[in-house]
Design a protein around this ligand. Structure first.
Ligand code: 5GP
Length: 164
């Protein structure tokens, strides 16, 4: 199996500042950052500070069920952003990675036709992505370990009663 790409929290801090700098250098000034939960929330929050954008929205999309395993198609879960909030706005869609690109395409298509401009920013883009993101920190073809999803959920300590 190919080696994995590992993003640590310190490296994430560097990556997202560099990503923001490339957006600023391009002269793009979004009105709204639309994050794709959950991984995109980290990216959107950090970009919001770096680009001085306070108007953050969230879209929930379910697609992956495990490492490299997916549902048949990505599905939007509630709450769905109000189209009126996005209307005629310059929207920056933020996510952690464009892999197949199907999640980003779904969100991009959701915005298109309603907004003034929609662009995508990701930390990683893979070669097979059907969406070419406007802003990418790094290209890779590996599976990525993100700092927020590498460890399993925490379990309650001290709550178990062991049999004698
Ligand atoms: P896509 O729709 O582009 O195939 O996948 C988008 C979502 O799938 C990402 O936002 C992420 O949650 C998950 N995903 C895709 N590739 C990877 C990967 O290499 N590592 C991790 N941890 N998640 C991934």
């Amino acid at each position: 199996a190919p080696e994995r790409e590992t993003l640590t929290y310190p490296l994430f801090g560097t990556a997202v500042r560099e990503l923001a700098q490339s957006i600023a250098d391009d002269g793009f000034e979004p009105d709204i950052i639309l994050s794709i939960a959950r991984g995109g929330l980290f990216v959107a929050g950090a970009l919001g500070y770096a680009l001085d954008v306070k108007n953050l929205h969230v879209m929930n999309v379910a697609f992956y069920t495990g490492v490299g395993t997916t549902l048949d198609m990505p599905v939007v879960l509630p709450p769905v952003p109000n189209a009126i909030d996005l209307r005629e706005k310059k929207v920056l869609v933020a996510d952690d990675v464009a892999d197949t690109g199907r999640t980003l395409k779904l969100v991009h298509d959701f915005c298109a036709g309603n907004v003034a401009d929609v662009r995508c920013a990701v930390i990683y883009e893979k070669p097979q992505s059907l969406v070419r993101c406007d802003y990418v920190w790094k290209h890779t073809d590996r599976w990525i370990n993100f700092p927020w999803s590498t460890l399993p959920p925490v379990v309650r300590r001290g709550g178990q009663v062991l049999d004698a």
